[in-house]
Design a protein around this ligand. Structure first.
Ligand SMILES: *Cc1c(COP(=O)(O)O)cnc(C)c1O
Length: 387
C-alpha cells in the first residue's frame, strides 16, 4: 500500500518488531528467543473447559462487560492475591487481551494533546495507541545497568498538560519489578497532580526475586488507577487473548465506551475457561514462575559465557544484555546479523526507545522449553559474535 494511503494517525509507527523478527526466525530456521510466547500450552483442564463451552453452545456474543463468571473470578483473584475489593458488575471489564485493554483505555480516556508519562523502554503498543488517541508521550527512562525508576526524572517529565502515567510492572523488556518505594514516588505524584494511572500488570505472577505490588493498593491510588492484566502470560495462553481491566467505575466505563466500538465483546467460550483457570488453578502461575526461574538462570549463565554483559531480570519472560563488550554499538544491527551468524533471533531494545539509551541493549526470551534455550546457547557459543 502506498504510504500516502495510510492515515496520519499511523504515520511513523513502524510495523511491530515481533512480527518482523519471528518471520526472520522462520525464514532462517533460527531459534526464536525474540517474541515472548511459551512453546508449551497452559493447563489441560483449562483447555477442557474451553472445549466444553464450545461444544455446550457458548458460541454467541458475550455481554459487553464480559461473562459474569469471569468478572467474578477476576474480582476474587484481585482479592485473594492483593486484598483488592472490586464489584464484578461495575469495576471489571473483560477485554480481548491486555492489548485491547491498552487500546480501549487510551482511546476512552485520552484527549488530543493530553500528555502521558510512560516508562521507557516501552511496550510497542503503547506508542501506537497513544498516537492514535492523539496523546503525547513523555518517556521516563529506566537506565542500564539497573533499570530503576528515578523519581527526579519522573517529576521532571510532568508538565501542565500531564494527565496520565502509563506504568508497566513487572516491566517488559527490562525485567524490572518496581519496588514499593518507586511505586510510592509515582503515587505521590499522581495524587499531587491529580493524574490517572493506567498500569499494565500482565506479568504480575511471573516474578523471581521480587514481590509484585499493584500500585492500586497504595494509599489514595484505588480511586485513580486502572489495572490491566490477562490470562496470556499467567496461564501460557497468549493466543487466547483474554484480558481484563479493573478499577473505579468511571475508568472501567471509559474502557467499555471505547471497547464496544472496537470489538463489542470478546470471545465467549474462552471466558468461562479463564474463569476456571483463575478459580481452580490459582497455583499454576507460581509453578510456571518457578520453572521460568530455572530457565532464566540457565539463559543468563549461558549469555555470560559467550561474553555478553547480562542483566538478570526480577520478572517477565526476558533477560537483557549489553552488547558493547563484543564491540557492537547498534542492537538492531546485531539482531539482524544474529540469524546468519548464529541461527538465533533476539530483539533490540532501541525500537522501544525515543532516545539512545537502549542502543546497545538486546532482549532474549527464556519462556521456551529448556532444550530450546540450550540449543540457542549452543549456537551462540559456536558462533563468532564479535562486531
Ligand atoms: C504480552 C504483553 C501484553 C499483551 O497482552 P495480551 O493479553 O496478549 O494482549 C501487554 N503488555 C505487555 C507488557 C506484554 O508483554
Amino acid at each position: 500500500m502506498p504510504q500516502q494511503r495510510l492515515a496520519q494517525r499511523l504515520h511513523g509507527i513502524a510495523p511491530t518488531i515481533f512480527s518482523e523478527m519471528s518471520a526472520l526466525a522462520m525464514r532462517t530456521g533460527s531459534v526464536n528467543l525474540g517474541q515472548g510466547f511459551p512453546d508449551v500450552d497452559g493447563p489441560p483442564a483449562v483447555i477442557a473447559e474451553a472445549v466444553r463451552a464450545l461444544e455446550g453452545g457458548q458460541n454467541q456474543y458475550a455481554p459487553g462487560l464480559g461473562v459474569p463468571a469471569l468478572r467474578q473470578a477476576v474480582a476474587r483473584h484481585q482479592h485473594r492475591h492483593y486484598g483488592i475489593e472490586l464489584d464484578p458488575d461495575i469495576e471489571v471489564v473483560v477485554t480481548t487481551g491486555a492489548t485491547e485493554g491498552i487500546a480501549a483505555a487510551l482511546l476512552g480516556l485520552v484527549d488530543p494533546g493530553d500528555e502521558i508519562i510512560v516508562l521507557e523502554p516501552y511496550y510497542d503498543s503503547y506508542v501506537a495507541m497513544i498516537q492514535m488517541a492523539g496523546g503525547v508521550r513523555r518517556p521516563v527512562t529506566l537506565r542500564a545497568p539497573d533499570f530503576r525508576l528515578d523519581p527526579d526524572e519522573l517529576r521532571a517529565a510532568v508538565t501542565d498538560r500531564t494527565q496520565f502515567v502509563l506504568l508497566n510492572s513487572p516491566h517488559n523488556p527490562t525485567g524490572t519489578v518496581l519496588t514499593r518505594a518507586e511505586l510510592q514516588a509515582v503515587a505521590d505524584l499522581a495524587v499531587e497532580r491529580d493524574l490517572v494511572v493506567i498500569t499494565d500488570e500482565v506479568y504480575e505472577h511471573l516474578t523471581y526475586d521480587a514481590e509484585h505490588v499493584p500500585i492500586s493498593t497504595l494509599p489514595g491510588m484505588a480511586e485513580r488507577t486502572l489495572t490491566l492484566s490477562s490470562a496470556g502470560k499467567s496461564y501460557s495462553f497468549t493466543g487466547w487473548k483474554v484480558g481484563w481491566a479493573s478499577g473505579p467505575r468511571e475508568l472501567v466505563q471509559a474502557v467499555l465506551a471505547a471497547k464496544q466500538w472496537l470489538t463489542f465483546t470478546s470471545g465467549s467460550p474462552l471466558q468461562p475457561a479463564v474463569a476456571h483457570a483463575l478459580d481452580e488453578a490459582p497455583g499454576f502461575p507460581r509453578q510456571l514462575a518457578a520453572a521460568l526461574r530455572e530457565r532464566r538462570d540457565r539463559l543468563c549463565a549461558g549469555l555470560t559465557e559467550v561474553g555478553l554483559d547480562v542483566r538478570v531480570p526480577q520478572g517477565t519472560y526476558f533477560a537483557t544484555t549489553d552488547i558493547s563488550a563484543l564491540g557492537w554499538a547498534d542492537g538492531l544491527a546485531f539482531c539482524l546479523a544474529l540469524p546468519e551468524r548464529a541461527g538465533v533471533v533476539a530483539i533490540p531494545h532501541q525500537v522501544f526507545h525515543d532516545g539512545p539509551a537502549g542502543d546497545q541493549l538486546v532482549r532474549w526470551a527464556f519462556c521456551k522449553e529448556p532444550d530450546v534455550v540450550e540449543e540457542g546457547l549452543r549456537r551462540l557459543a559456536a558462533a563468532d559474535l564479535r562486531a
